[in-house]
Design a protein around this ligand. Structure first.
Ligand code: NAP
Length: 490
């Protein structure tokens, strides 16, 4: 059942598409149900965009590009800053909305409002620092000008696991850089993006700069947009297989692409680590967002001399976690996003156990309403187990051991992914070696969570291309232009 507060909030969220500055019905005549994963109840029914709606959104973005690209950076930055301020006023609304559509505990949803909001503030400040440079060429015969211009209309596709932050991490730099956009949120969690659009509208974003199409037919709607010759950029966050297929489509138009894809993060604990810090870091790196994070630690690689102690300590903490609907007081583990996610966690644990692993706590799906899986610890996981190869995306902490630094590095790098790694050691020189020898785009050195709007987020290997956040984030939406003029003194 949804409470009166929840119903009042849901009534404020638009249920139509946002195209050319207007809230419009879909031409498909279809609708899309959004469910609360904790109860299975449909919380809102919204427009389900057709291919034609996608084309209308692309038309609006293309039409608005010239004037938006020419809008002063200060104006673009101030719209973002105003949106940030509006978000602070409605942070409780956004937190509750994310808990309702995605399931995460309310305290974590509040954390996401903080993190997601920071992209609005950070890029409001970056907009005016795009800059360029001017100088003599080495021969002295001319003057070289290097400037940065908006890439142009961009297509932004976001996943369901961080409904606000994954949207602001793309929308804010695109706005700051002067790009117009079509945004396609995940069908499972479209409400937060629709609600965010009302803030951007209120902050004065001109019509056509932001267009939102919610759809149950993501492939069907996206392919014509990607093939549209007016599109200049595709930014995608989601799974590696979908990213690979979108990269192939983007290749036809030689589009600029940013790909934030899957992970299989190693969490390495050395024998000299501060074990209390490592255990606290492990709980954050594994169980934040119910394990449904691309940055979630997937493989705990612990020195053989401390593995038993580490397992005992994390198991004790995991046993104290409280499962339930994210709106209930004290809940630390909400539902997984759907039944397929529960089956995946279940299958991975069953496979590990069949190959000899021991379940120290948890290990089962919950019966009854909602899609819950117990927070789980498995140790003694055998090499070759699926859980070491696949992204778990659920609350399962799996432990293997290593003998020395070379063995730890080999095990950490034994994956096609390379998004993030976590290392716990007090040995500074070893930490410095691992920064270079572990193949990931990011590393938490003695910390279990590292995302920050001011930092370049992204992976290597099959975890992606490009960076979001930091000063790099705006560069993803800018084209570099070089100009040569004759030496004015010659
Ligand atoms: P997903 O299935 O790949 O979906 C991501 C987005 O792509 C959704 O909006 C989805 O729409 C859309 N999509 C799916 N098939 C498409 C197609 N053929 N054409 C166009 N769009 C398509 O991933 P997910 O399950 O939502 O998210 C989990 C994955 O995202 C994990 O692998 C996680 O590691 C990764 N992730 C990575 C980062 C990062 O920064 N590296 C951050 C968060 C998540 P529908 O939902 O409507 O199908």
């Amino acid at each position: 059942m949804t409470s009166a507060t929840e119903s009042a909030l849901l009534a404020k969220v638009p249920d139509t598409l946002f195209i050319g500055g207007a809230w419009v019905e879909s031409t498909s005549g279809r609708s899309l149900d959004v469910q609360d994963p904790a109860t299975g109840v449909v919380i809102k029914t919204i427009a389900d965009a057709s291919v034609e709606d996608g084309a209308r959104a692309m038309d609006a973005a293309a039409e608005a590009q010239e004037s938006w690209g020419a809008t002063p950076a200060r104006v673009r930055g101030e719209i973002l800053r105003k949106t940030f301020d509006l978000l602070q006023e409605r942070k409780e609304d956004f937190a509750l909305l994310m808990t309702l559509e995605m399931g995460k505990p309310l305290s974590e949803a509040r954390g996401e409002v903080g993190y997601g909001g920071e992209f609005l503030r950070w890029f409001s400040e970056e907009a005016v620092r795009i800059g360029g440079h001017y100088g003599a060429n080495p021969e002295g015969t001319g003057r070289m000008i290097v400037t940065h211009l908006p890439v142009g209309p961009s297509f932004l596709i976001t996943p369901w696991n961080f409904p606000l932050a994954m949207a602001t991490r793309k929308i804010a730099p695109a706005i700051a850089a002067g790009c117009t956009m079509v945004v396609k949120p995940a069908a499972l969690t479209p409400l937060t993006t629709l609600y965010l659009a009302t803030l951007l509208e209120e902050a004065g974003l001109p019509k056509g700069v932001l267009n939102i199409v919610t759809t149950s037919k993501s492939g069907e709607l996206s392919s014509p947009i990607i093939a549209d010759p007016r599109l200049r950029k595709l930014s995608f966050t989601g799974s590696t297989p979908v990213g690979v297929s979108l990269l192939k489509e983007a290749a036809n138009g030689v589009l600029r692409t940013s790909m934030e894809l899957g992970g299989n993060a190693p969490f390495v604990v050395f024998e000299d680590a501060d074990l209390d810090a490592a255990v606290d870091g492990a709980m954050l790196a594994k169980f934040r967002n119910v394990g449904e994070a691309c940055t979630a630690a997937n493989r705990f690689i612990v020195h053989e001399s401390i593995a038993d102690e580490f397992a005992i300590r994390v198991t004790e903490k995991v046993k104290a976690m409280k499962i339930g609907r994210g709106t209930e007081d004290g809940v630390t583990i909400g539902p997984l996003i759907n039944a397929a996610a529960v089956k995946k966690a279940s299958d991975l644990v069953d496979d590990a156990v069949a190959r000899g692993a021991t379940v120290l706590t948890g290990g089962s799906a919950l019966e009854g309403e909602g899609t819950f899986y117990e927070p789980t610890v498995v140790s003694g996981v055998a090499a070759g187990s699926d859980i070491l190869r696949e992204e778990i995306f659920g609350p399962v902490l799996s432990i293997i051991t290593f003998t020395d630094e070379a063995d730890a590095v080999a095990k950490a790098n034994d994956t096609e992914y390379g998004l993030v790694s976590y290392v716990f050691t007090k040995d500074l020189a070893r930490g410095q070696r691992l920064i270079e020898s572990i193949q990931t785009g990011m590393m938490g050195l003695n910390v279990g969570v590292l995302s920050n709007a001011a930092a370049p987020f992204g992976g290597v290997k099959q975890s992606g291309i490009g960076r979001e956040g930091g000063s790099e984030g705006i560069g993803e939406y800018l084209e570099t232009k070089y100009v040569l003029t004759p030496n004015p003194f010659a």
